[in-house]
Design a protein. Sequence first.
Lengths: 427, 344
Amino acid sequence: MLEQIEGSRAVAKSVALCRPEVICAYPISPQTHIVEALGVLVKTGELAPCEFINVESEFAAMSVLIGASATGGRAYTATASQGLLFMIEAVYNAAGLGLPMVMTLANRAIGAPINIWNDHSDAMAVRDSGWIQLFAETNQDAADLHIQAFRLSEEISLPVMVCMDGFILTHAVEEVEMPSQEHVDTFLPPFYPRQVLDTEEPVSIGAMVGPEAFAEVRYLAHAKQLLAKERIPEISREFESVFGHSAGGLISAYRLEKAETVVVAMGSVLGTIKDAVDDLINHGINIGVLGITTFRPFPLEEVYARLSGAKRVVTIEKAFAVGMGGILATDVATALSRAQVDQYSVIAGLGGRPVTKASVISLLQDAVSSKLDPLTFMDLDHEVVKKEIARMNESGRSGPPAENMLREMQLKTFSKQKERAASEEPG
Amino acid sequence: MTFKPIKFYQTGSFAVGNRLLSENLRTVQSDIARSDSLTLGHRACQGCGEALGARYALDAAMRATGNKVLATNATGCLEVFTTPYPETSWQIPWLHSVFGNTAAVATGIAAALRAKGRQDIRVVAQAGDGGTEDIGFGCLSGMFERNDDVLFICYDNQAYMNTGVQRSGATPPAARTATTEAVGSEPGNVFGQGKNLPQIAMAHEIPYVATATVSELHDLEAKVEKAMTIRGARYLHILVPCPLGWGSEPSATIRIARLAKETGLFPVFEAEDGEITGVSKIRHKLPVESYLLEQRRYAHLFAPTENRDVLDKIQAIADRNIVRYGLWDQKTEEDGNMSIATEQ
Ligand SMILES: Cc1ncc(C[n+]2csc(CCOP(=O)(O)OP(=O)(O)O)c2C)c(N)n1
Ligand code: SF4
Ligand SMILES: [Mg+2]
């Protein structure tokens, strides 16, 4: 049924249709609306049997999920940013133990400086944790991916994280085709755990493993992710056959056939990029888009197949490895290590800075005319950074950098306002 | 029904053994049908109080629930010595996640069991003093506050033993650890720090809190069994001497645990809904030296010269406990031995 619905509510409803048995809630923007909505569904009895637990921290949330999953319970939570970092030891543990569960990550920047707005730093911080990571482009995707996530997670016994851009998706009211309970029940069988705490068949889970077998146990995690790479497209096709529309998969292509220049990106920014690309194509530029839906496991072969024929690839991403550069760009480069393709890494939209169509168009024009730096921070105010570096060189106590740079930005805004006022002054 | 007190002259305790008791009063450990929850093959040090405590507690929990126990375990000696891959000494379903989250993991198990309508299966969470009082405290307090249906057992050996005997929030004053060495003007752990977890647990007003030592098997088992009759968050704090960390003889573990109680340094009591409901009285009151002298972690208090000041301060702690918990009745001790009621 088509509904005008907030992204968070769509996800909450979608998760509820998956019949989770244990849900943990801990507030952090921008995911909070999701668990709030689920709390209501449990309290009214619409979602039953289900235990809704108000935990004291995200570390506890993930730990409760570990216990619930090991007891054969379908388990769910949502978090973002600092919350994900606070739970990180348990995040790795859940993956290491091979326990199925689903978590929504409402992508948000990581501090310091503290910032509640969207980027992908949080997801990237756990990219090596062993979780499967799926990225939603729209709220429709977000609603659909959660259903696929439970299926995938339980089939291969690994935790799955569904990433959706904080605020941009979580708080956006859009039209979403909401799945029916009947369809979800057809698509998602009851959870049959591979390992379970059972008084009839006692097992030890989480035993100490020394050098003699550690590499094998860890390799199995990798092998399972490779298996997931096979299952994800199949699950996506099965989803389409039940629900009547497509969602999920490893990658998404937009006007990619024979494109000379290809833009690679993940999440909601793909919408803006597609608009920009449409304009550029109208101006005679041969350009297309490759969206990464499954970031872990990374679809190396598919990326190679789609990009190796291009002349240049521009990866635009909302996070970066400090001291190194693009993260997604590095993975794309790995996929293209055997190909002759010019590669550009662009960092954009950090801490919620809008990624505007105008900026994307001008950036891509630079790329097409080979004027773009290999590593570019889009819309970065280099002057402010230079001033701060100068200040650091001048004084041994230059003060808190965030404060300094904020002040600098404000001064610039004032002087611009003054200039404008002066030019507008009559006579 | 009339009751006649009986006395056990040998030790003034139940320790004369089960032979003199009717079958229903005998310990779980004396029963050949005990579950052996933690069985042979583990790698604990000789005389490890923690291994003993875990075995006693879990076997008692198993009997009390008709063998329906799921256990979690924080990182620490107990986890490490029981599960080197591919062996495991656990005969019950057992889950280790990380160091600081065992209470929350147990909450998750209890929640899943509730969702599945399997409240006949009960959850026991286990951690050392570090995993309980320090790194695990946030999750533990949350579990208490929500009154989740979990029995949490702290095996208190008063330091981080698994990493080589470092100070924890449960390390007593003056005790030498690898991070409170017996050097300087105040050798060993400082005074005026540390926390009293049983009291903190009581402040959460959870239905049941108890302390015990591995020296009184009947008492320990009875407390576990009682805990298993209650729903909600329960906390059992067991003093478990550690020969390696305390510098004591492996053969002295039980005696040292008893001395901790008999000196008043470790109060053994029970509390329900935040109120103390019972204390185990000191039978033969002893000065703290009798306890300290058996442990090399306190050796600096006796050599090269006796440090009377510090010994007096430790005695003052014991004396305060004795008053605060009402641990000692002179009259009871003079009367000789403790008595129990038996059905005639
Ligand atoms: C997050 C984290 N920090 C530190 C450690 C290292 N560590 C493992 S066991 C342990 C000590 C455990 O002490 P306690 O809980 O008192 O148990 P014991 O070994 O004394 O029984 C420590 C510090 C760890 N495993 N995880
Ligand atoms: S170090 Fe202590 S607690 Fe650890 S196994 Fe040895 S005796 Fe037991
Ligand atoms: Mg300890």
